[in-house]
Design a protein. Sequence first.
Length: 181
Amino acid sequence: MNRYSNIVLVGFMGTGKTAVGMALASELNLRFLDMDSVIVQREKKPIPQIFAENGEPYFRALERNLVGELAEQSGLVVATGGGIVLNPGNIADFARTGLVVCLSATPGAILKRVEHDTNRPLLAGGDKMKKITDLLNTRRHLYDAIPCQVDTTNLTVKEITGRISALWRGNTFAGATQFQA
Ligand code: S3P
């Protein structure tokens, strides 16, 4: 029996949370759940429309409630939204029972991955690279505070998945820094 109930992927937009989460769930035979998708389904409108019509605080409250629900469950791989770290209570709740892993990537790699995406209201319009670096700078300390880190810049989904499943299975691996048991 694993000492963690869930695996929770945290990180800035475009760091690979969804792609890695899906691969990880299939490899470990766990259930994949994407928080943004659940919110979209429940609200019956896309994320940019939720931000435009209800505002960001409303979206953050939906995230907060969903964290409460998911932290009580087990057998999940959860891909969180990039802003989940804004409320420290979210990470504290997930960390009570889950293995929380923060994915990171360089701003250049993030830009490449999100360049043509229209579904991220916080990066919409104007200079995307500037938006990414500005937002990353305001949040960096929050992402960096998570003990288990994987830099996805130069890794394939398979490599990232391999590292996280090794952690999950209780093995050690060289790629995760500062992981505290
Ligand atoms: C956000 C990231 C998005 C989504 C929303 C806000 C953020 O999720 O939750 O647009 O504040 O960083 P992804 O990280 O999956 O893009």
